[in-house]
Design a binder for this molecule. Structure first.
Ligand SMILES: [Zn+2]
Length: 126
């Protein structure tokens, strides 16, 4: 992501409107570009200040801390989604493996039988 795109996405970041993919690219840029981070801090400060002027909530005052907290939550969201896809891929691979084994047993019982013997032998070892 370029600085220009990161700056364009700041409004959507503050309003939690980025997709997880966009968020991942945004965080990667913000974490590696001090000038965009500074820009985000300014943007965030103004957005939160405007918001809390109406609400008069004391929590609004520690803005750098709130930004750090928001960034951490966003990183967690990206990480969670990545872990979810890895788990999904592993599950799919297991399903494909089970399907292949089932096909072997159905299509060629003699190979299936050998495989069964092999598996039984293998399991006896443990
Ligand atoms: Zn930048």
């Amino acid at each position: 992501m370029k600085c220009e795109d990161a700056i364009k996405n700041m409004d959507r970041f503050v309003n939690h409107n980025l997709t997880t993919k966009e968020l991942a690219e945004f965080l990667e840029h913000i974490d590696s570009c001090p000038s965009c981070y500074e820009e985000l801090e300014t943007y965030y400060t103004v957005a939160i200040a405007l918001h809390y002027l109406d609400q008069n909530d004391g929590e609004g005052y520690n803005i750098p801390h709130r930004l750090q907290h928001n960034l951490q939550e966003a990183r967690n969201r990206v990480r969670r989604e990545k872990r979810y896809y890895v788990a999904l891929h592993i599950l799919l691979m297991i399903l494909v493996a089970v399907l292949i084994l089932m096909l072997i047993f159905v299509q060629a019982p003699e190979i299936g039988g050998e495989l069964e013997d092999f598996l039984a032998h293998f399991l006896r070892i443990f």
